[in-house]
Design a protein around this ligand. Sequence first.
Ligand code: FE2
Length: 340
Amino acid sequence: MIRKTAARLAAATALAAIGTAAMAAEVNVYSSRHYDSDDALYAKFTKETGIEVNRIEGKADELIARLEAEGNNSPADVLITVDAGRMARAEEAGVLQAYPSDMIDKAVPAHLRHPDDLWFGVSQRARIIFYAKDRVENPPHTYEELADPKFEGQICIRSSSNVYNQSLLASIIEADGADAAKEWAAGVVGNLARAPQGGDTDQLRGIVSGECDIAVANHYYFLRGYEEDVEGLSSGIDAIGWVWPNQDGRGAHVNLTAAAMAKSAPNPEEAKALLEFLTSEFAQQHFANQNNEYPAVQSVEANEVTKRLGEFKPDSTTPTAAFSANAKQAQSIFNEVDWQ
Ligand code: FE2
């Protein structure tokens, strides 16, 4: 009798185990972030919630195309991109759904969120102006000034196919109008020190090598030069000055690492739990430390390396949603002014 009960118990336990395995809570993330250290972030979420995180990484455009192709059968629950413009493309492609969350609404300022809860910013990345301290006495203080003919032959900035530049131009279209934006783009092309080439780090390297006097780059590429030994940059980093642009006006252009819920999310509850977790202090500090980005949640401070750049006013008047709304127009302006 006792043996029988034990056997029944064992069977019941085994069944329960199978049941748990079959119904194990999980969330599937499509992400265009490629940082090994993000593993620690997701491990913490799993530890707290018991929800396993399955990650598929790829370029944002490929992930969005995949979501479209998979349609209702998509296993994706959450989409993460490193550019708000791309999130807008996802919205346009109809692959997102709203995730109404009081927690996210309270944590993230309105200008860093989609008005209908289709996506929100997790961390902020500023696109700013750098210059050679020994060669440039009076650097440009606004994005607009980059087009001033007095900087002819001095500016380095990467190609127009880069989404950071597309979002920057989209924000200028929003702030100054399309005609002025086109004039601006033509002016910048006229001031280039060399044909656009390489990534943001290469623009900063150009200042060190002497090829460029002024460069436009995201802030964290510069900070990486302090933290790590970045070839061609770290050795000359003290010779580089920086300008927080448009501080007397709309503020510095910031882009976002952004997160959203996929349209056909098979695990919407788990997806919402992960999205909310991304606004937690732990997650916000993770983003701040891991790539020296500015937390989207205002109560969480930037890390010490990032604070090196000082206080600044971000552009909080140009809605990030405008980056994608103006993306097509930005691309045609780039083509028209022959910004390679
Ligand atoms: Fe980047």
